[in-house]
Design a protein around this ligand. Structure first.
Ligand SMILES: Cc1cc2nc3c(=O)[nH]c(=O)nc-3n(C[C@H](O)[C@H](O)[C@H](O)COP(=O)(O)O)c2cc1C
Length: 377
């Protein structure tokens, strides 16, 4: 019988809110701040294990832990199992080897290990079995993007319970960053998946929703759809603790409006620096860039890459939507060329905030949003 999210994350306050483990963006400072505010803070790993070690060390140092059951008025003292670090670590399984990350996971013992982007769904079975064996106190969560994938992953290898995850994250099409080329929004994805899991005797498996949730109203909607927890990525791009490649990146997120038109899903975002290495079913959502519009207009990908490389040398690293003369005179065309990964909710992200304030604001607002909804019925 899978444990509830609250059993897996005993320090969290209800409703459960997590930051997405955004590789290169979500580091130890963000994870610690989100956890300290009663959420699940997560670090996103890519391939540099030295960097992951530094971010895990930072999170560990920033989170004084108490073994006793908690004084929730003290946001800096987290009560949880003495064996796990109360954060999650996100791993992209298609580019990582389990043996290269395992020593760090065993040393830091994160409460959650989040898996995403397997080359094949079967890979999760192997990863989950090995991780459960090596880290019996950690929960394994897997992010998927369809009801059928959710069922396959939830079942694991039916003859071996250790291959089954402790929770699923359902990522809808509004999500920022990498996701599924064929996808639906969480509005249908969550309830259909819950029905399918229930039909196969898997209704006890906790399910979180991700994609397009940027405030309490979105979170309340996800809980109404049946989610047991919510994951926010794009909203945390505007958190002070989040690492951004350049301030122009954050400015672009803060100033973007109307995600329906200002963001788009495409595989071309993974082609602008060189050939796409992501498994075939993935694409990504970014702000619309000149690289994207050039490609759609039929500009050869080699030229798109050259222009992208030129723009990356600019002072704003290609993130700003500038009309500076240098870019024009180089024939490069002015404007944003570098990817600004962000979700369809980007128009709701308007303020630079402390991550803890984001968690508290969303948590407090869920109840109000549900009451307001009830009042309109
Ligand atoms: C900038 C950015 C980077 C991301 N990087 C990762 C990653 O490294 N691993 C991962 O599992 N998901 C990653 N994601 C996707 C998130 O896990 C999550 O599905 C998404 O942020 C949820 O949608 P939202 O952005 O609308 O909140 C990323 C998302 C963003 C916006």
């Amino acid at each position: 019988m899978p444990r509830t999210l609250k059993e897996q994350l005993p320090w969290t306050q209800s409703p459960i809110i997590a930051n997405a483990p955004m590789g290169g963006f979500a580091g130890g400072a963000l994870a610690a701040a989100v956890t300290a505010a009663g959420g699940l803070g997560q670090i996103g790993a890519v391939v540099d294990m030295g960097e992951l070690e530094r971010e895990l060390t930072l999170a560990q140092k920033s989170l004084p832990r108490s073994k006793s059951n908690g004084d929730t008025s003290n946001n800096n003292t987290i009560s949880c199992s003495s064996t796990t670090l109360p954060i999650g670590v996100g791993l992209l399984t298609f580019i990582l080897k389990l043996e290269s990350v395992l020593p760090l996971l065993q040393r830091f013992q994160p409460s959650v290990i989040w898996l995403f982007a397997a080359s094949e769904l079967n890979d999760y079975t192997t990863w989950t079995r090995s991780l459960h064996a090596a880290l019996p106190h950690s929960s394994i969560w897997i992010q998927v993007g369809s009801a059928s994938a959710a069922l396959t992953v939830a079942r694991g290898d039916a003859s071996d319970a250790s291959t089954q995850p402790d929770a699923l994250v359902l990522q809808g099409s509004d999500a920022g960053g990498h996701g599924f080329e064929h996808s639906a929004s969480i509005v249908s994805l969550v309830p259909e998946t819950l029905d399918l899991l229930a039909a196969h005797g898997l209704s006890a498996l906790p399910v979180l929703a991700a994609g397009g949730i940027a405030d309490a109203r979105g979170a309340a909607a996800a809980f109404a759809l049946g989610a047991a927890g919510v994951v926010l990525g794009t909203r945390f791009l505007a958190a002070r603790e989040t690492i951004v490649p350049h301030e122009a990146y954050r400015d672009a997120v803060l100033s973007a409006k109307d995600g329906s038109t200002s963001t788009v899903r495409s595989k071309v975002f993974d082609n602008v620096k060189g050939p796409n290495i992501w498994p075939g079913e993935y694409d990504g959502r970014s702000l619309v860039t000149r690289s994207y519009t050039d490609f759609v207009d039929g500009v050869d990908i080699g030229v798109v890459r050259e222009r992208h490389a030129d723009a990356a040398k600019r002072a704003d690293a290609g993130f700003a939507d500038t009309t500076d003369g240098e870019a024009k005179s180089s024939g490069n065309g002015a404007g944003r060329r570098a990817n600004v990964w962000a979700g369809a909710s980007v128009g709701l992200v308007n303020e630079l905030q402390d991550a803890g304030d984001v968690v508290r604001e969303v948590r407090k607002g869920v109840d109000e949003a549900l009451k307001a909804a009830r009042a309109r019925l």
